[in-house]
Design a protein. Structure first.
Length: 573
C-alpha cells in the first residue's frame, strides 16, 4: 500500500487516504464493480471506508452476540458519513479448551487475530476501523493490529456476562472449575456438580469476574482506545448497542482530527492502563498482553514498569476471583469511570493523555459522579484491599528474566515448600485430583512456556482443583505457562527463561526446596549455585512437540514471556 495522500493546505491526512487508492479513478473500475456487488452505491465511493472487525463466533458465549454489535457499529459509521464494511476474524474459547491440548492455540490466537485484522484492513484500504472483541485474546489482538496499522480506530468490548445462580449465590465459569476440585474431594455430589455446570453461564458475554476479558477491557479503556465505560456494560444491553453505534461514529471524528492509535498509545497511557488494572485486582495475563500491545505500538514497556507503578497503586476492587463481587454488579453502580476519577484526582493517572473521544482522559472524566455511598465493591483510597499491587514480578535463580505472581495478600506473602515436578499440565492435574498433592507442596509445571508448550497454556484447571480441594493456602503452584484471570491462590507463572530453552526451571527435581517471597520479590530454588550449574550442564532440550502447522510456526517465532510472547518482535526489519 502506498503512503497516504496529504492535503496540500494543512498537511493532515485526507479522510479517504487509503480507500481513494482502491476505488478512485477509471483504472479502479474493477474494484468498484466488486464493491457494487456487496452493497455499495455510487455515492459510497466518496465516503471514508470504515472496517468493522467482528470476532463473532458460536464457539463461545463470549462472542455469540458480536454479529449484532457489528451491525450497530456499522450503522453508527454510516450515519456519521462513512461507509461501514463488516468483516470477521477468529476467536477460540479458553473456557472450553482449558486443560486440553487445544488450549495451546489460545495465546496463538492473539497473534492470528492481530495478523488477520492487519491483513484485511491493509488489503482493502479501509481508512479507519472498529474492532469488537469478546473472549480474552480478542482484545489485545485487536489493539496490536491497531498499533501496527496506525489508522484511526476504536476498540469495543463485547460486554460482560450476567452471573448464574446456584443455591442463591452468584456463580460463573470459575465456579464450575472449582466445583470439579470440590467434587474430587467429595465435598459436592454428582448432582450438585451437574446443577452448577448447567446454570453457571446463562447467556452471551465474557466471563463475569475480574478475569482476563474484563481486565483487558478495563485496561484498554484506561489506555484511551475505547469510549468511556465501554469496559463496564453487560453484553446484552441497550448501553452496549449504543456504545457500538457511538464507536462507529467516533472513528469518523478521529479521521477528521487526524488522531491515530500511536498518538493515544503512549508510555503514559500504558502506565494509566497498568494503574487501573492494579486497582481492579486484574489478571496476570495483563502483563503479557500490555507488553505485546506496547511492542506493536513501538512503546518501550517492560515487566519492571509493573513493579515501578505497582509500588504506589493500591488494589481497590473486591471482585472475583479473590473477592466477592462480579462485573455485572460493578456495572450497576457506574462501572470503572468513578474509580478512574478518584485515581485521577489523587494523582495516580496521567490526565493529559489523549483518547479516542478526541479529548483527554481528564476531560472525559470531568463530570463523572462518584459511586453510591453504600456500595462495597470499590474501596476508598484510604481503605484499600491491598496497599500496593497484587501483580508481583519475581526474580531469582529460578526466574533470571522474571516471573509474575498474583498475590492478593489472602494467601500470605511468602511460601517455602518441596517441589512436586510435572512436565505437563495434564500430569499435574491427575495428581491434584487423586489426592497426591499435600500441604506444603510446590507444584512445578514446566515445558508449558511459549516455545515449550508451545502456546503457554493457562492453568485454570490445576489452580481451581487446588482451591476446590481446600489447599489454596497450603500449596503453591509455579509454571512457565500462564494463568487464567480466574486463577487465585499462591501461584507464579510466566517463569522466564522457560524450561524448554534451558531456563533453571528445567532442572528442578522432586523434593527440592523452593521459596516464593512476594515482599522480597524473589523466586528461588534452595540449592547451591554449583549444583544448579552442574544440572544445567547435563540438561538436554526436549524434542519439539510440533514440527508442522501453526503451533510449530508460533514456537519458531515467539519471544519470551517477559517480552510479551509476540511473534514479530524478533524479526529483522
Amino acid at each position: 500500500m502506498k503512503k497516504p495522500a496529504k492535503n496540500s493546505s494543512d498537511s493532515q491526512p485526507l479522510m479517504r487516504a487509503f480507500s481513494a487508492q482502491v476505488v478512485d479513478g477509471p483504472d479502479r473500475a474493477a474494484s468498484r464493480a466488486m464493491l457494487y456487488a456487496v452493497g455499495f452505491g455510487e455515492s459510497d465511493f466518496k465516503k471514508p471506508q470504515i472496517g468493522i472487525a467482528s470476532t463473532w463466533s458460536m464457539v463461545t458465549p463470549c462472542n455469540m452476540h458480536i454479529d449484532k454489535l457489528a451491525v450497530e457499529a456499522c450503522i453508527g459509521a454510516n450515519a456519521a458519513g462513512g461507509k461501514g464494511v463488516i468483516f470477521n476474524t477468529i476467536t477460540i474459547s479458553d473456557g472450553i479448551s482449558m486443560g486440553t491440548e487445544g488450549m495451546k492455540y489460545s495465546l496463538v490466537s492473539r497473534e492470528v487475530i492481530a495478523d488477520s485484522i492487519e491483513t484485511v484492513v491493509g488489503c482493502e484500504g479501509f481508512d479507519g476501523f472498529v474492532a469488537i472483541g469478546g473472549c480474552d485474546k480478542n482484545m489485545p489482538g485487536c489493539i496490536m493490529a491497531m498499533a501496527r496499522l496506525n489508522r484511526p480506530s476504536i476498540f469495543v468490548y463485547g460486554g460482560t456476562i450476567l452471573p448464574g445462580c446456584f443455591q442463591k449465590k452468584n456463580v460463573d465459569v470459575v465456579s464450575v472449575f472449582e466445583a470439579v476440585g470440590a467434587h474430587a474431594n467429595k465435598k459436592i455430589s454428582d448432582a450438585e456438580l451437574s446443577e452448577i455446570e448447567k446454570c453457571a453461564i446463562p447467556g452471551p458475554g465474557s466471563c463475569g469476574g475480574m478475569y482476563t476479558a474484563n481486565t483487558m477491557a478495563s485496561g484498554i479503556e484506561a489506555l484511551g482506545m475505547s469510549l468511556p465505560n465501554s469496559s463496564a456494560q453487560s453484553a446484552i444491553s441497550k448501553d452496549k448497542m449504543r456504545d457500538c453505534q457511538e464507536a462507529g461514529a467516533a472513528v469518523l471524528n478521529l479521521l477528521k482530527l487526524g488522531i491515530k492509535p500511536r498518538d493515544i498509545m503512549t508510555k503514559k497511557a500504558f502506565e494509566n492502563a497498568i494503574t487501573v488494572i492494579i486497582a481492579l485486582g486484574g489478571s496476570t495475563n495483563a502483563v503479557l498482553h500490555l507488553l505485546a500491545m506496547a511492542d506493536s505500538a513501538g512503546v518501550k514497556l517492560s515487566i519492571d514498569d509493573f513493579t515501578r507503578v505497582g509500588k504506589k497503586v493500591p488494589v481497590l476492587a473486591d471482585l472475583k476471583p479473590s473477592g466477592r463481587f462480579v462485573m455485572a454488579e460493578l456495572v450497576a453502580i457506574g462501572g470503572i469511570v468513578p474509580m478512574m476519577k478518584t485515581l485521577l484526582d489523587a494523582g495516580y493517572l496521567h490526565g493529559e493523555c489523549i483518547t479516542v473521544t478526541g479529548k483527554t482522559l481528564a476531560e472525559n472524566l470531568s463530570n463523572v459522579k462518584p459511586y453510591p455511598a453504600a456500595q462495597e465493591i470499590i474501596r476508598p483510597l484510604n481503605n484499600p484491599i491491598k496497599k500496593d499491587s497484587h501483580l508481583v514480578v519475581l526474580y531469582g535463580n529460578l526466574s533470571p528474566s522474571g516471573a509474575v505472581a498474583k498475590i492478593s495478600g489472602k494467601e500470605g506473602l511468602s511460601f517455602t515448600g518441596k517441589a512436586k515436578v510435572f512436565n505437563s499440565e495434564e500430569a499435574a492435574m491427575e495428581k491434584i485430583l487423586d489426592g497426591s498433592i499435600k500441604s506444603g507442596d510446590v507444584i512445578v509445571i514446566r515445558n508449558e512456556g511459549p516455545k515449550g508448550g508451545p502456546g503457554m497454556r493457562e492453568m485454570l484447571g490445576p489452580t481451581s482443583a487446588v482451591m476446590g480441594r481446600g489447599l489454596g493456602k497450603t500449596v503453591a503452584l509455579i509454571t512457565d505457562g500462564r494463568f487464567s484471570g480466574g486463577s487465585h491462590g499462591f501461584v507464579v507463572g510466566h517463569i522466564s527463561p522457560e524450561a524448554y530453552v534451558g531456563g533453571p526451571l528445567a532442572i528442578v527435581k522432586n523434593g527440592d526446596s523452593i521459596t516464593i517471597d512476594a515482599e522480597k520479590r524473589m523466586l528461588n530454588l534452595d540449592i547451591p549455585a554449583k549444583e544448579i550449574k552442574a544440572r544445567l550442564k547435563i540438561w538436554k532440550q526436549p524434542k519439539p512437540r510440533y514440527t508442522k502447522g501453526v503451533l510449530a510456526k508460533y514456537a519458531a517465532l515467539v519471544s519470551s514471556a517477559h517480552l510479551g510472547a509476540t511473534t514479530d518482535s524478533n524479526l529483522s526489519l
